[in-house]
Design a binder for this molecule. Structure first.
Ligand SMILES: Cc1cc2nc3c(=O)[nH]c(=O)nc-3n(C[C@H](O)[C@H](O)[C@H](O)COP(=O)(O)OP(=O)(O)OC[C@H]3O[C@@H](n4cnc5c(N)ncnc54)[C@H](O)[C@@H]3O)c2cc1C
Length: 457
């Protein structure tokens, strides 16, 4: 049995930044990182658009798992804000959360992100234009690394860490149990001891996280899920906003039901992609910094938040059921023209082919009204018309809607201001804790815990 001072489970941004900061603040510590997925250079999604056109449910999904976590092929948008991306500030304070996000940004620049652009909403004239149409532009700074530079940063961080830390890839951890002086971390073939254990298993580890919490009697809560569609339109429609802000987070309250709808994950000149969460295929998007890899389209999600109260406790189960419906009808993701949706018609391949926009994802033409609950669909349609006032063309007939996009929130795990559970030395960070939902917040949570373990907080 091997002994470590600290074991980190999960090599997503949360785990990587915890490892990085431990080496900065306490290089004498013996640290190991266990990751269910592959090393970065072995991560490859088999979908090539020719032989393999849709998800074949690999044993470990290379999009979601491996060094870099769910963020490895993401757009690499590091938002520096407390307005969205998680509620880390509720635990560590707004000032500290922002400080840590800026620190993470500095490291990203140092390891390959230098020269990438930092966009900001501060002083933007679009704030006024939005509010005149009852749309609310949220304040944020966003560093756009792009999928390509994000990957280089990860390569460089791995090169920096690999000789200082033991990395175990393709090694899912099966359980974490209390031991005499800390924790026993158990994989299929071996057991490892540690004094402190940091669990950072993200969304793909959400089911496992639930088991750990049950076994160790850690309280959890799950009440929220965001459901919606990914919108794809010609990049020119949003160019006036994206050229200046890159990502604009715009919120809207519907007239009909008073529900909040918001834009999420905007990818100028980007591509729409499949996402596989525990075997359920949903939709997401990304874009490249390199102009040669950019497309003529911009995509973003429109999401409606659903909060449940007693007695219903399984908000993610609700989102999964809706996503399963789209998978059942379309064999994966469904795409529909906005014009067809409004007229109550299913989109067909010929209507998609005749459209003035070329879809960037090969999805099944279908009817989203058979999938999304009326209230959610009404909210999305209302917001599309509202956005049409600040970005004319959003409500065009040919605007493509891909469904469904579901933003699963991991159940929120009970932790204190050090992100420590009710067990001393057991920390739960990143998206797996339910506290963060973004690259920047997950990474900042890793730095926070590492400094605490190193006694530097
Ligand atoms: C396509 C896509 C695009 C995105 N774009 C953006 C973006 O531009 N900006 C943004 O802020 N966010 C984005 N996100 C979200 C962002 O990637 C996540 O918020 C972030 O990666 C969370 O980091 P994490 O370390 O908490 O978890 P993850 O990145 O999910 O990493 C967790 C790791 O733990 C591993 N793991 C799970 N269970 C176990 C186990 N039992 N044993 C060992 N290892 C385990 C997983 O394999 C995974 O590698 C995107 C997500 C996707 C999927």
């Amino acid at each position: 049995m091997k002994n470590y001072d600290v074991i980190i489970v999960g090599a997503g941004p949360g785990g990587i930044f915890a490892a990085y900061e431990l080496m900065e603040a306490a290089p004498e510590l013996r640290v190991a990182v266990f990751e269910a997925g592959h090393a970065l250079d072995k991560r490859k999604c088999p979908i090539d658009g020719e032989k393999i056109k849709s998800c074949i449910n690999c044993k470990t999904c290379s999009i979601m798992s491996g060094f870099g976590g769910a963020g490895a092929f993401s757009d690499g948008k590091y938002n520096i804000t407390n307005n969205f991306g998680g509620t880390l500030y509720e635990y560590i304070g707004k000032k500290r959360a922002l400080e840590l996000m800026r620190y993470v940004d500095e490291i990203n620049l140092k390891y390959g992100g230098e020269g990438t652009k930092l966009y900001t909403t501060a002083g933007s004239r679009f704030k006024t234009i939005c509010i005149q149409h009852d749309l609310h532009l949220l304040d944020a700074s966003v560093r756009h690394l792009g999928t390509d530079i994000n990957f280089i940063v990860l390569e460089n961080l791995y090169a920096h860490l690999k000789d200082k830390i033991d990395f175990y890839f393709d090694t899912p951890i099966i359980s974490v149990v209390r031991a005499e002086n800390g924790y026993k971390v158990i994989s299929k073939d071996a057991e490892y001891n540690c004094t402190d254990c940091i669990i950072s298993v993200g969304r793909s580890g959400s089911k496992w996280m639930e088991t750990v919490c049950k076994e160790l009697d850690i309280s959890t809560e799950s009440t929220r899920v965001d459901i919606g569609v990914r919108v794809e339109l010609p990049a020119a429609v949003f160019a006036h906003l994206t050229d200046e802000l890159y990502e604009s987070k715009i919120a809207y309250r519907t007239e009909k039901y008073g529900d909040k709808v918001r834009t999420f994950c905007m990818n100028p000149k980007g591509a729409v992609v499949n996402e596989n969460t525990n075997g359920i295929i949903t939709v997401n998007g990304h874009s490249y910094e390199d102009p040669a890899k950019q497309t003529e389209n911009t995509n973003f999600a429109l999401l409606v938040s659903k909060h449940f109260s007693e007695p219903f406790k399984d908000s993610n189960g609700y989102g999964e059921s809706i996503a399963r419906l789209s998978n059942m009808l379309g064999g994966g993701v469904i795409v529909q023209r906005f014009g067809d949706l409004i007229r109550g018609k299913r989109s067909t391949q010929s209507r998609i082919d005749e459209a003035f926009i070329t879809p960037t994802l090969n999805a099944t033409p279908g009817d989203l009204s058979l999938v999304l609950p009326k209230r959610i669909l009404d909210g999305i349609i209302e917001m599309i018309y509202a956005l049409d006032k600040v970005a004319p063309g959003t409500a065009n007939e040919d605007t493509l809607l891909y469904g469904v996009e579901v933003k699963f929130y991991n159940m929120e795990v009970a932790v204190d201001e050090n992100l420590q559970s009710n067990h001393k030395g057991l920390y739960i960070i990143g998206d797996g804790s339910g506290i963060t939902h973004s690259l920047s917040h997950a990474s900042a949570s890793g730095v926070h815990v590492a400094r605490n373990i190193a006694g530097k907080n």
